[in-house]
Design a protein around this ligand. Structure first.
Ligand SMILES: Cc1cc2nc3c(=O)[nH]c(=O)nc-3n(C[C@H](O)[C@H](O)[C@H](O)COP(=O)(O)OP(=O)(O)OC[C@H]3O[C@@H](n4cnc5c(N)ncnc54)[C@H](O)[C@@H]3O)c2cc1C
Length: 380
């Protein structure tokens, strides 16, 4: 391979989204040598994943960023499932036994800014814009080539480069799965008849709707919608809320940020191939039901940083263990979000009524409600 030789490193992290940044922080805290690169000249700076669950907050606490996140986010203790206006299941995160008995609502760009600042405080920064063009396994590691012609040698290459991962492709790891269609996403200012201290999931004939507080004045709307508009307007969001929400006085005043989210449901065949390791969306993508995507990636990242640290220190088998345990967790989340999405979108009056009765009778048991709270929060 021609080109200027960049320095060698133990670990090259490709991608500085939440998963790459968290892996880098974990390695920096353990004193492991690494480089982190990203193709974009700056972070995406958009709202996207808006919820951080309790188990992830424990991870982020160990990575030194929980206090900063808690200072900026909104703590939400309640999760309620409704069929239009009628509550059919009520989950209390307050009953969680851990340190963080709530879900934390915070836009993704704020989470990424806090992770970036933490990495800088540990003496590291992301090299950007620097696009990985090719990577091949060589001897005891891999040789990578970047868009500016530089090359580098790394013992391990972490693919934190998102759903279309080049590292995954170079490692010949397949990424099978399906597509669910599109979701409308919008952060809005609005008048709304229900309390602002809950995340609400609404089942309706037209499809699902999630409404969650994002700041004192902003509310996140997520709705499964065929042909969702790429830039939803006030009337697009108003229509969805009128058709699927609880009824009562709902007035959308402004769409602060909006987007369309194409949802795929895919799991990498394996999370490791020789020197190549996958983390975050490069390894798994799924429906936003339950808000698990970024959470799973952040927990992968901590596990991977710990495994790389131990493996580089001479303990064999750590990376294979990372790959098998995190793939199992991801498979479990994918299967649950798939079931939840199908349950939420059943059609027909009889089927919907049978579903609601089943959910209400299961939800009558506090043990069942606590199990659901733990699953949503990322504990199992
Ligand atoms: C519009 C939208 C809305 C979303 N809403 C939600 C939501 O409500 N809830 C939820 O849980 N999730 C949501 N997600 C998904 C969530 O944003 C992702 O799960 C999360 O960003 C994944 O983090 P990651 O670090 O694994 O990958 P990413 O955030 O995708 O980061 C990958 C990084 O790799 C870089 N990169 C890619 N290729 C290369 C290369 N060849 N060389 C160098 N760098 C490279 C990219 O520039 C990027 O910065 C949404 C996503 C989108 C797009």
């Amino acid at each position: 391979m021609e080109g200027q030789m960049l320095e060698q490193t133990d670990v090259l992290i490709v991608g500085a989204g939440p998963a790459g940044l968290a892996t880098a922080i974990g390695l920096a805290q353990h004193g492991v040598g690494f480089q982190i690169v990203d193709a974009a000249s700056e972070g995406q700076n958009t709202s996207r994943a808006a919820v951080i669950h309790a188990a992830t907050l424990e991870t982020l606490s160990r990575l030194g960023v929980a206090d900063a996140l808690l200072a900026q986010g909104i703590k939400v203790p309640h999760f309620r499932v409704r069929d239009r206006g009628r509550v059919i299941l009520e989950i209390e995160f307050t009953r969680l036994a851990g340190l963080f008995p709530f879900a934390l609502m915070i836009p993704q760009e704020e989470t990424e800014a806090i992770l970036t600042a933490r990495l800088q405080s540990l003496g590291h920064s992301v090299q950007r814009p620097l696009r990985l063009m090719s990577v091949e396994q060589k001897d005891d590691g891999a040789i990578t080539q970047f868009a500016d012609g530089r090359t580098t040698r790394a013992r391990f290459v972490v693919g934190a480069d998102g759903e279309k991962s080049s590292v995954r492709a170079a490692a010949n790891i397949s990424f099978p799965g399906d597509t669910y269609g599109s979701f409308l996403l919008a952060d809005v200012r609005m008048s709304w008849p229900l309390p602002r201290n809950e995340v609400g999931l609404f089942f309706a004939q037209e499809g699902t709707l999630v409404v969650a507080p994002l700041s004192a004045s902003r509310v996140r709307i997520v709705a499964q919608l065929a042909d969702a508009p790429s830039q939803p307007t006030v009337s697009d969001v108003q229509r969805v809320l009128d058709a699927r929400g609880p009824g009562g006085r709902i007035v959308v005043e402004e769409v602060v940020w909006g987007s369309r989210f194409q949802v795929h449901h895919k799991l990498a065949d394996r999370f490791r191939d020789g020197p190549f390791l996958l983390v975050g969306d490069a390894a798994h993508v799924h429906s936003p039901a339950g808000g698990q995507g970024m959470n799973l990636g952040l927990r992968d990242a901590e596990a991977l940083a710990d495994a790389l640290t131990r493996e580089l220190a001479g303990t064999q088998g750590q990376l294979d263990l990372y790959a098998s345990t995190r793939r199992k967790s991801a498979a479990q989340v994918l299967s649950r979000t798939d079931r939840l999405t199908r349950l939420a979108t059943v059609r027909g009056r009889f089927a919907r009524s049978a579903r609601n009765t089943l959910i209400r009778s299961l939800g009558a048991s506090s043990a069942v409600r606590d199990t659901i709270a733990k699953m949503l929060a990322g504990y199992g």
